[in-house]
Structure formats: structure tokens, C-alpha cells
Design a protein. Structure first.
Length: 240
């Protein structure tokens, strides 16, 4: 039966092997985060895409395992063609499967799948000292920034894990961050992206303040030379 994994399989890339061991114990904490980026086929009208994404956002009130659900139109400077993003928060990893199998979700998958060119998945447990309120607090009207990291061949798993833990630690150093979760990608089809980040800000302008913060720029100088690519997804969640 077709599901969200069929979306991601359109990329034609197989999953990578397991990475890293030293930080493995830190990745087993809840909540479980699921992210997905949508790139629709050329010729699908914008209004039709917007309507489908509105239907997707409405699943929040229909599927109980969804503790938080953000859907929005990508306004990042470089979208790589991905027009919309989804971020779902679950109490535990197994709830993602319940979400995927839910009749309301599968009904919508059948409508979206024929119109989708490609998708990019990111599933993870937050690493580091998790102090997230995702799934508990309301972030209605906030600004969401997500980023997927693809590191160069030759960068060790240990070094990647160390850099990503440094990134997660910025939550306590940069006041404009209302939320910051970072994790190692567990999606079966992830197009080579090993880690993901999700940040929540009170307003769009706070993303710029975060980008320019000395602690962030210092870390960017360390990470930048080691990545071969990245995908950004910036949006204000649409209301169902």
C-alpha cells in the first residue's frame, strides 16, 4: 500500500548505512521528529498545491498521535525546488507508522503522490541535552527553519557527531531560539542527508539574528568546509 515512504522513494537513492557509535546513546530520547520536503511536478497549479497542503495541515485534528504538526510554504533563499515542508512531532518513533497507516493520511497520499516529483525525508530523535517543548507548547504564528546536512566523504562519523552536538548546544546560548532540535537521520530514504536541524523563532527576523550570532557564525566556520550540500526549509506554519 502506498505511503509516505513511496514519496521519498521517488528520489531513486537508497539509504546509507548506520553512522557513528559514540553518540548513539544520546539519540534514543523522545520526542521523535519527522520532516518531509515536497517538490511538485511542473504543471501542477500553485493553487492546487496550496489546497493539498491545506488538507495536509488539517490532519492535525484527525490523527491523535500527532503532537505537533507544521506545514508551510518554503521561503528560504535557496529552495532547490522544494515548495513546501512538513514537520511532525510524535511521542515515540512507532507513532510515525501509525500516522502513515491512518486512513486520513493514506487518503491524502493517494491525491498527492501522482503530483509529486520528489521528496526528501528527515526522521530523528533529538541529540544532546534535550529541553524541547515541541508537542507541548503552542507555536502558532512562529517562524520555522529546518536544515538538512550532507557531509563530504572523508569526514569521520565521530567528527560529524561532534559538530552536530555543538550545534544542538546553541539552544542555551542564543536567546532568539525558542526551539532547536538536531538529530541523526533515520529515514529509510534520505538522499544522502545525514543530520537535520529544526529551529523555531518568534518571528522571521529572529532567523537573521540567529545567523549573525557569534556562537552560530563560529560554528558555521567549522561546519561549512565539511559539507557538500544542504537543504533549507523556512516557513510560517499555515493554519488548517
Amino acid at each position: 500500500m502506498k505511503s509516505r515512504r513511496h514519496f521519498i522513494s521517488l528520489s531513486g537513492l537508497s539509504a546509507l548505512g548506520h553512522m557513528g557509535k559514540s553518540y548513539a546513546a544520546e539519540t534514543a530520547k523522545g520526542p521523535f521528529i519527522h520532516g518531509f520536503n515536497f517538490k511538485f511536478k511542473k504543471g501542477v497549479p500553485e493553487g492546487e498545491v496550496a489546497s493539498l497542503m491545506q488538507e495536509l495541515a488539517a490532519l492535525k485534528g484527525k490523527i491523535p498521535v500527532l503532537k505537533e504538526f507544521f506545514i508551510g510554504k518554503n521561503i528560504a533563499k535557496r529552495t532547490h525546488g522544494f515548495q513546501y515542508g512538513e514537520i511532525a512531532v510524535f511521542d515515540k518513533k512507532e507513532d510515525l507508522m501509525l500516522y502513515e497507516k491512518h486512513p486520513e493520511h493514506q487518503k491524502l497520499v493517494k491525491k498527492i503522490l501522482p503530483r509529486l516529483e520528489i521528496g526528501n525525508g528527515m526522521d530523528f530523535f533529538p541529540i544532546g541535552k534535550t529541553k524541547t517543548k515541541l508537542g507541548l507548547a503552542s507555536y502558532k504564528g512562529h517562524f520555522v527553519h529546518a536544515f538538512n546536512f550532507k557531509f563530504k566523504d572523508g569526514v569521520s562519523e565521530e567528527e560529524i557527531a561532534g559538530l552536530m552536538n555543538e550545534l544542538a548546544s546553541l539552544k542555551d546560548k542564543i536567546p532568539v531560539l525558542k526551539e532547536l532540535v538536531v538529530g541523526k537521520n533515520e529515514a529509510h530514504w534520505h538522499r544522502g542527508f545525514q543530520y537535520g536541524q529544526i529551529s523555531v523563532f518568534e518571528k522571521k527576523e529572529d532567523l537573521m539574528a540567529y545567523d549573525k550570532h557569534p556562537e552560530h557564525t563560529k560554528l558555521v566556520r567549522k561546519i561549512g568546509p565539511k559539507i557538500v550540500g544542504g537543504h533549507a526549509m523556512d516557513f510560517i506554519p499555515i493554519e488548517a
